[in-house]
Design a protein around this ligand. Structure first.
Ligand SMILES: [Zn+2]
Length: 299
C-alpha cells in the first residue's frame, strides 16, 4: 500500500517529551492516512518494545471503538484494526484516538491524524414497488424493530478472529451497482447504496466470503431474505435479497460454504445479490475491503 505514515508515540526515540520511567514505546501507523468516505484504512500498533503487561489497548474513531487484534502475519505484539469511514461522512481532517495502560497503571494516549476525502460516487435511479418507498405505518413499525435488532448484532462482534485468509466475492457475477451510489427510488432520494450488487439470476448459489458465525438468517422489509455473518475482529458481511436461506443463526460456517440462493426479495428492481461489508460500525466498499485484507495478508 502507498502512503504509509508512522506516528512515533510520546517517549519513542525522537519524540523526547517523556521521561524514560514512562517508557511508552509503541509505534502506531495508518496504512493510508487520506481515505475516501466508504473506504477502509488499517491501523497498525507495534507494542513489541512495551513491557509485556501493557493492557487496555484501545482505538476509537469518533463514536466507534475499533477492534484491535494480533496482526495476522506479523510478529507477536504487532496489532492491527480496521477503520471504516461512513459513506455519509463529509471531507474533513479528523483523528483516531489510541489508548493503552502500562504495567504501572499509567494511561497513555495518542491521536493519529486522518484526512477524509470525498469518494467518487454517483447518483442512480431505480424503480421499485411503491410500498418500499412510502412504507405503511405497520411497515414502519416493522422497519424500526428490524433496525434495532440489526443494530444490536452489529454492535456485538465476536472478539476472536473467526476469519482466515482472503475474503472472496460470494458469487462470480459482475458488479451491476457499485457501493456508495446515491439512490433515487421512484424519483425520491432515499439512501446511499451500502454494498455491491452482483449480477445473479434467481436461484444462483451464494457462498460465504470467509469463515464466521451466522448471526441473522431471516426476512427483513428492505433486505428481503438476508444472512449476516460475523467474522470477528469487528468484521461482518451480509447477503441480501435471497430467494432461499440455507443456514441458520448461530451456525459456524467456512469460506465457500453455500449459504443461500440469490433472488429478488425486499426492495429491489430485479434479481441480484446485494453483498455488504460492515466494519466497526461503518458500511464500506466490499471490493476495496477485499484488497485491503489481501494487502494485510501479504505484508
Ligand atoms: Zn445493493
Amino acid at each position: 500500500m502507498v502512503g504509509v505514515i508512522c506516528i512515533v508515540l510520546p517517549g519513542c526515540a525522537g519524540a523526547g517529551t517523556e521521561t524514560k520511567a514512562n517508557k511508552p514505546t509503541a509505534v502506531a501507523r495508518l496504512s493510508v492516512a487520506k481515505v475516501a468516505n466508504g473506504q477502509v484504512t488499517v491501523i497498525e500498533v507495534d507494542l513489541r518494545n512495551e513491557d509485556p503487561f501493557t493492557t487496555g489497548l484501545k482505538a476509537r474513531f469518533e463514536q466507534n471503538e475499533i477492534t484491535l487484534f494480533q496482526h495476522p502475519v506479523k510478529a507477536q505484539g504487532i496489532y492491527c484494526g480496521l477503520v471504516g469511514i461512513p459513506i455519509g461522512k463529509k471531507p474533513q481532517k479528523t483523528i483516531i484516538d489510541l489508548q493503552w495502560t502500562d504495567s504501572e497503571g499509567r494511561q497513555h494516549s495518542q491521536s493519529m491524524p486522518l484526512q477524509i476525502i470525498e469518494g467518487n460516487y454517483k447518483k442512480e435511479a431505480l424503480k421499485v414497488a411503491p410500498k418500499h418507498v412510502s412504507p405503511s405505518p405497520k411497515d414502519l413499525q416493522r422497519i424500526k424493530a428490524e433496525k434495532k435488532k440489526i443494530g444490536r448484532i452489529y454492535a456485538s462482534s465476536n472478539h476472536n478472529r473467526l476469519w482466515y485468509g482472503n475474503f472472496v466475492k460470494p458469487l462470480t457475477g459482475n458488479t451491476t451497482s457499485v457501493f456508495g451510489n446515491q439512490r433515487l427510488f421512484n424519483g425520491e432520494l432515499q439512501s446511499y447504496h451500502r454494498g455491491t450488487d452482483l449480477r445473479a439470476k434467481t436461484g444462483t448459489p451464494v457462498y460465504a466470503s470467509n469463515s464466521g458465525i451466522v448471526r441473522l438468517a431471516q426476512n427483513l422489509f428492505y433486505s428481503g431474505n438476508i444472512v449476516i455473518v460475523d467474522h470477528g475482529n469487528g468484521i461482518f458481511t451480509n447477503y441480501a435479497h435471497l430467494s432461499k436461506i440455507q443456514v441458520r443463526a448461530g451456525q459456524h460456517i467456512a469460506r465457500g460454504d453455500q449459504i443461500g440462493l440469490s433472488g429478488a426479495t425486499g426492495r429491489v428492481s430485479g434479481p441480484h445479490l446485494h453483498w455488504g461489508v460492515k466494519i466497526n460500525g461503518a458500511y464500506v466498499d466490499p471490493m476495496q475491503f477485499i484488497v485491503v485484507i489481501s494487502d494485510l495478508l501479504l505484508q
